[in-house]
Design a protein around this ligand. Structure first.
Ligand code: GCB
Length: 639
């Protein structure tokens, strides 16, 4: 298994060559797991930026190498060259271009950037100390959307494709003591070979959308560490070192608060796999008690620290068991888009907390579906801390080029990067491989490959996909050929919104599933413009009353599905979507939020909140009864 896991990491991760379409498989190194908690030098803040709609920076006008007048990454002070050489010609000068604060999509840089799609160049300088012997410096991007080339001091140091996962380059040799210049080309254009393909139902948010940092590590360091509680009650660790001394090195895992310590020796590939019985005093992570433990991985001069929660997640029949007990997922879906009139996908800690608090406290939720792509690590860490279970997914969305090996490589790369980044997050219980994809042989094969990858990379979580169902009259049937491959079935259903069903009839719809497996309604929803009311007997679509009634009736229907184990209706907040252009109700926003883009609660918010309050109370009662029983059994003398 282990060998497979690391072969997978070696085999499919795309740090790609070329533009948006390229998806060449190369090793993802470094992985730099938990980089956000390592000491680092932040490169966030002011960067210069300049558009390049015809990509002149990449090619001359006949398609060859770009000349000096358009090559954006040259390490020269353009103004100085112009001063000293009257015949010098430049058609750009990043050093005198406007300034933007990163991270954050370019759509907020200037009003005319609002709808820009294509290539944008970024540049800044920074000071670096001279590299110390025995140390390496990595340049890490939390994410850049969609394809990126990075240049340091006039030289290209690497490329990445895929807009939502981290990537890093070893820049030890390319760094200078003193002032360094970094230039980054980010292209938001996507082709059919990309994931997601060009058509989606959300804003693209091109640009450098997550933090950029320089991380210094010992020459041989802990590049990947995966630590979890196994179903048979052990704390297991899978560690990979990277560096000249990666083989035969002692690696120790310590959880000081639990007095837990175990160690072993890496093999030739730098890999060690070990485990120890979970201490009795371990408090399992749950939404009600999201206990996290400082966990240290020590290997020679390197210590990697992470905050890790320990819990189990399994399926038994049609139930989902968290720490051995059946749960109902009281959730909602969420895009990575902060509250406000003009979001730029700058998901700060404060922005993430505001949204997750609406879910946890406002809705009485215990679950969030992070749609439709890997969200910022800020969000998944906060979910760990606040106690929200998470569904994590990659944008294998709608019309993927199922027969195109490049699309498959892109999806596999993104899935791998997502899992490697986040498999220490206790909050994440579900990896989803696809959303609303049309059934067909090529698609089934594509998705089965992804499911195989997920299981090889992480056998401790559940695999799902948001599927579509078939409706005949009042009967909806789940009959996707992927059912046997999934642990948890998930259905997106929009009866009453995309159909003209009368809302009063929605509770009559019943659900059939051929498998004894848990079901989640991964989406249902109706749009409403906050503040638009229709108090008539038959309220119009887009009114708050329609949306509230839609929720009431859909929840009534949901309450009758015996194997339903959770839901994540669509969606917590109105979000930008270029597909939504009704001038009165939408104005470029998908209005299915339970709150508006600025945070106003719509009437349906309280409907869902009340349903979840009742469910939460019922489940708390069960837990209390369980507690009483455990208490009783402790009191009973054991004969
Ligand atoms: C869906 C999609 C989601 C859309 C939503 C809608 O089924 O998964 O991305 O935004 O419907 O509003 O239509």
């Amino acid at each position: 298994m282990l060998q497979r896991i690391f072969r997978l990491i070696l085999g499919v991760v795309a740090v790609t060559a070329g533009g948006a379409a390229a998806a060449q498989s190369k090793p993802q190194r470094p992985a730099l797991v938990a980089a956000d908690l390592r000491p680092h030098q932040s490169l966030d803040g002011p960067w210069r930026w300049s558009i390049d709609p015809y990509r002149d920076g990449f090619a001359g006008f006949h398609g060859g190498e770009p000349g000096p007048s358009t090559r954006r990454w040259q390490d020269r002070t353009i103004a100085d060259v112009e001063r000293s050489d009257p015949r010098a010609l430049f058609e750009f000068d990043l050093q005198r271009s406007p300034v933007a604060q990163l991270p954050g999509s370019w759509i907020g840089h200037a009003p005319e950037m609002r709808l820009y799609q294509g290539l944008v160049w970024y540049q800044r300088s920074f000071e670096a100390a001279s590299p110390k012997p025995g140390q390496r410096t990595m340049l890490r991007f939390g994410a850049a959307d969609y394809s990126t080339r990075v240049y340091l001091n006039g030289k290209e140091i690497g490329r990445h494709s895929g807009g939502f996962t981290p990537f890093a380059f070893d820049v030890t040799k390319a760094l200078k003591a003193g002032t360094n210049q970094i230039t980054v080309a980010v292209d938001s254009a996507r082709t059919d070979a990309d994931v997601p393909p060009p058509v989606t139902d959300w804003e693209t948010y091109g640009g450098i959308t997550r933090s950029v940092s320089l991380v210094t590590v010992p020459e041989t360091y802990v590049d990947d560490a995966w630590i979890r509680l196994t179903n048979d009650g052990r704390v297991a660790a899978t560690i990979r070192l990277d560096g000249l001394n990666q083989a035969g090195r002692t690696v120790r895992v310590r959880v000081p608060a639990l007095d837990l310590q175990f160690e072993g020796t890496t093999d030739a590939r730098g890999i060690w796999n070990g485990s120890a019985p979970a201490p009795k005093m371990l408090k399992r992570w749950s939404p009600e008690a999201p206990t996290l433990y400082d966990t240290l991985v020590e290997a020679g001069p390197d210590t990697l620290t992470d905050k890790i929660g320990f819990r189990t997640i399994e399926v038994r029949g049609d139930e989902i068991l968290l720490n051995g007990h059946s749960i109902f997922l009281r959730g909602i879906s969420m895009h990575e888009e902060e509250l406000g009139k003009n979001p730029v996908r700058a998901m700060t800690h404060t922005a993430a907390r505001a949204l997750l608090t609406e879910i946890k406290q406002g809705l009485n939720g215990n679950f969030v579906r992070l749609a439709h792509y890997p969200h910022s690590e800020v969000v998944t860490r906060l979910a760990d801390e606040m106690g929200l279970l998470v569904w994590s997914e990659i944008p294998v969305y709608w019309r993927v080029a199922w027969d195109n090996p490049e699309a498959l490589a892109a999806a596999r790369a993104m899935m791998t990067e997502n899992i490697v980044r986040d498999r220490n997050r206790a909050s994440i219980i579900l990896w989803s491989v696809a959303n609303e994809t049309p059934i067909g042989e090529a698609r089934n094969k594509f998705l089965r490959t992804l499911i195989g990858d997920v299981r090889a990379l992480d056998d401790s979580r559940l695999v799902t996909a948001a599927l579509l169902s078939r409706r005949e009259g009042d009967v909806s049937t789940i009959d996707d050929p992927l059912i046997p491959d999934l642990d948890v079935l998930a259905i997106n259903t929009y009866n009453g919104w995309y159909s003209d069903d009368r809302l009063a009839k929605l509770p009559n719809i019943s659900w059939r599933s051929p498998a004894t497996k848990p079901l989640i309604f991964s989406e249902f929803g109706a749009a409403a413009l906050a503040g638009y009311h229709d108090v008539g007997a038959d309220p119009h679509k887009f009114s708050e009353e329609f949306q509230a009634e839609y929720y009431r009736r859909t929840l009534e229907m949901a309450a009758k599905v015996p194997f339903l184990r959770g839901m994540s209706p669509w969606i917590i907040k109105d979000f930008r979507s270029p597909r939504r252009q009704h001038p009165v109700y939408q104005q470029g926003w998908n209005r299915k939020g339970l709150i508006s883009e600025t945070g106003a609660h719509k009437a349906a918010f309280d409907v869902l909140s009340e349903d979840y309050r009742r469910r939460a109370e019922a489940s708390a009662k069960l837990t209390a009864q369980r507690g009483d029983k455990a208490e009783d059994s402790r009191k009973t003398p054991a004969f």
